[in-house]
Design a protein around this ligand. Structure first.
Ligand code: GAL
Length: 352
């Protein structure tokens, strides 16, 4: 990657300093200029902040390896950590929380210096936090956000992720930016299907809510034809879209997918049904996987939203180093967000 991606990455690193090196912030900056000024003030205070020792053992727990976005994310983590000289072990939770709990315990027994954990279940946060607290291991949680209250139990804990509502809003805006604002058949309402990720996950909940909210807030009437869980999975996305296209046919004007992998699956079903994206149906995802970027460039996806794996991985490592350097985080200042970016046919080249 890629020109803009590195600019975005630089921005994220800046936010990382703001959040982890200086005045910790629990919310994403509202604008890039705010991010820049936060970064500037953080850069000043970074000089005073603790020196992060490099090297040491890091255990990384991923909820499951068989997830397209988390694969990009985990590869980025590995590259950054190894590049900094850490001894890194990354384990696959196989989407099984009991298995991940054991993996965390094993890492603790092995004496890791820090943990980076992508929980299998958001609902397991209390258990995970109490385990790492008892063992006194600096920990960065990623991708599945616990509540501020849960995190406040342990001050050597940070969450790094994105503001999921923002990605939903951007998806809605991608539809609002089309020539007919999503109302292809001109009947005064946008009829859509929603292919959801894992509904236990806040990303799935907020993307589902805010994508549609953006349309409603713009005064557009909406009609939900179907909402089904696709668990972030390409094959499930394909099956759901195939069934809905058979059932609702031309009534479907918009296919909202909570992530790109499901959108790629939905695209297969859309093409098999003889429909044409951007002509008689719209399709949006989130993540900016390489495959989705190609489809946006080819006009086969209306758009996607960059879920910045590299930026989040850099941020997670920066926060981990702050923790290793002895910094603690106050309640209410333990969440660190990286911005999403809207990807359209106009700017897609910048991400490829
Ligand atoms: C989301 C991402 C999905 C999936 C999920 C796993 O942020 O968009 O593709 O990876 O995380 O929790």
């Amino acid at each position: 990657m890629k020109k803009l991606a590195s600019i975005v990455l630089a921005g994220c690193m800046a936010v990382s300093l703001a959040a982890c090196g200086g005045a910790a912030s629990s919310s994403a900056p509202a604008s890039s200029s705010e991010a820049v000024s936060a970064a500037e003030s953080a850069a000043e205070s970074a000089a005073e902040s603790v020196e992060a020792p490099q090297g040491g053992k890091v255990g990384v727990c991923i909820y499951k390896f068989d997830d397209a976005f988390m694969t990009t994310y985990r590869n980025a983590l590995q590259e950054i950590l190894e590049g900094k000289g850490y001894e890194v072990t990354i384990v696959d939770g196989n989407n099984d929380q009991a298995k991940q709990n054991e993996q965390i315990n094993t890492f603790i027994t092995q004496g890791v210096d820090a943990l980076i954990i992508n929980p299998v279940m958001t609902s397991a946060a209390d258990q995970i936090i109490s385990t790492v607290k008892d063992a006194d291991i600096p920990t960065v949680l990623i991708n599945r956000e616990p509540t501020a209250d849960q995190m406040s139990a342990y001050n050597k804990l940070v969450y790094v992720g994105c503001d999921a509502a923002q990605s939903g809003t951007f998806q809605g805006e991608l539809i609002l930016d089309t020539a007919n604002k999503g109302d292809i058949n001109g009947d005064g309402k946008v009829s859509y299907i929603m292919i959801q990720g894992d509904p236990e996950n806040i990303d799935a909940q907020l993307r589902t809510e805010y994508s549609v909210k953006a349309l409603k807030d713009a005064g557009v009437e909406v009609e939900q034809l179907d909402l089904q869980r696709g668990d972030w999975d390409r094959n499930k996305g394909q099956e759901i879209a195939q069934n809905d296209l058979a059932k609702y046919g031309n009534q479907i004007e918009v296919v909202f997918c909570n992530n790109d992998d499901m959108a790629i699956g939905a695209l297969q079903a859309i093409e098999a049904a003889g429909r044409k994206v951007n002509e008689d149906i719209y399709l949006v995802g989130v993540d900016a996987l390489d495959a989705a970027l190609n489809e946006v460039a080819n006009g086969k996806m209306t758009g996607t939203v960059l879920n910045d794996a590299n930026g989040q991985a850099s941020q997670a490592v920066a926060c981990m180093e702050e923790l290793l350097g002895g910094k603690t985080f106050e309640a209410g200042s333990q969440s660190v967000y990286v911005d999403y970016v809207k990807v359209t046919p106009e700017n897609v080249k910048d991400f490829q």
